[in-house]
Design a protein around this ligand. Structure first.
Ligand code: CP
Length: 331
């Protein structure tokens, strides 16, 4: 693996290697072990052209816990406002020494363009490109699902797929790079993927994806999913046209207190373990998810954040430990 650009092309063995390495890294990310020396002398550049809390800070924490140096670039306040191009920005940071570049950009394909360019020899990690993909988010979601599933079944998570697990992804699919990365990765890991969304928030072509689509959330919940992943309504990408109001969206598509009770009741009929509740964040509390659902015992939202550090440590470790400082890969 030279770069991590998406999950659609991520091989099954590479996905499992990242998840299993992340299992090892959870001890460091939970601070049972303070730091590993693995990436001493290496530099990770966080190149963020869009806002972020979780992804940027967890990549920084991940790099530091592996003893790498970190350079943080945020487009806001940089020479991008004077018209500097992506190429010149990358070449400037590369000249200061970059072994890995973690890039978030509003343009779908920006990470792939960087990886294909001769602007840098660094390993490229996609931290979210437009509405295309957010692979490390899907990997941390998979780690969270695999740990939750294994705990409920008294199994060791290492080496496991997600075969037999039914995952429901709900809401604003059309704007969601998280949903796309999850669809591909969950299928690669053998899970059964369901989407529930209004037709207006499903992308053209979604019917060709390896998923079951529901146009009613209540109907989808009746299938007793093992995990429900609520998506943020990305109002900033809707040009002011919210579905038609936030209250109407919540009534039909929100994980309300009533729907949370319905999920619990349906699961009790089918299995002992409650459905896991996930959300990639940031949340619109009271819109796509109620405060009670977000803070419920079955919520894994803060586990997702913690697993983000472990997964990003695993990705940086796997990409950089097999790479020479000149960018060439070890045999
Ligand atoms: N989930 C996610 O990408 O969050 P941030 O935008 O805060 O990084």
């Amino acid at each position: 693996m030279k770069h991590l650009l998406d999950t659609q092309a991520l091989a099954h063995r590479d996905a499992l290697a990242i998840l299993d390495t992340a299992e090892e890294m959870t001890a460091v990310s939970s601070r049972e072990v303070k730091k590993l020396p693995t990436l001493r002398g290496r530099t990770v550049v966080n190149l963020f052209f869009e806002d972020s809390t979780r992804t940027r800070i967890s990549f920084e924490a991940a790099a530091k816990r592996l003893s790498a140096d970190v350079m943080n670039f945020s487009a806001k306040g940089s020479s991008v406002s004077k018209g500097e191009s992506l190429k010149d920005t990358v070449q400037t940071l590369d000249a200061m020494g970059a072994d890995a570049i973690v890039i978030r950009h509003s343009a779908s394909g920006a990470a792939a363009q960087l990886a294909a360019s001769d602007w840098t020899d660094a390993a490229v990690v996609n931290a979210g490109d437009g509405t295309h993909e957010h692979p490390t988010q899907a990997l941390l979601d998979a780690l969270t699902l695999r740990r939750g599933w294994s705990r409920a079944h008294g199994e060791n998570p290492r080496g496991r797929n997600l075969a037999g697990m039914r995952v429901l992804i709900v809401g604003d699919i059309v704007h969601s790079r998280v949903a796309r990365s999850n669809v591909w990765l969950l299928r690669t890991l053998g899970a059964e993927v369901h989407l529930a969304a209004p037709a207006t928030l499903l992308p053209y072509g979604a019917e060709t994806w390896p998923v079951t689509i529901h146009y009613s959330l209540d109907e989808a919940l009746r299938e007793a999913p093992d995990a429900v992943m609520m998506l943020r309504v990305q109002a900033e990408r809707m040009g002011g046209a919210f579905f038609p109001t936030a209250a109407e969206y919540t009534r039909r598509w929100g994980l309300t207190d009533e729907r949370l009770a319905l999920v619990e009741q349906l699961r009790l009929g089918a299995t002992d373990s409650p459905a896991l509740i996930l959300h990639p964040g940031p949340m619109n509390r009271g819109v796509e998810i109620s405060a009670a659902a977000a803070d419920s015992p079955q919520s894994r939202i803060l586990d997702q954040v913690a697993h983000g550090v472990a997964v990003r440590m695993a990705v940086l470790h796997l990409l950089l430990s097999q790479r020479q400082p000149d960018g060439s890969l070890d045999e």
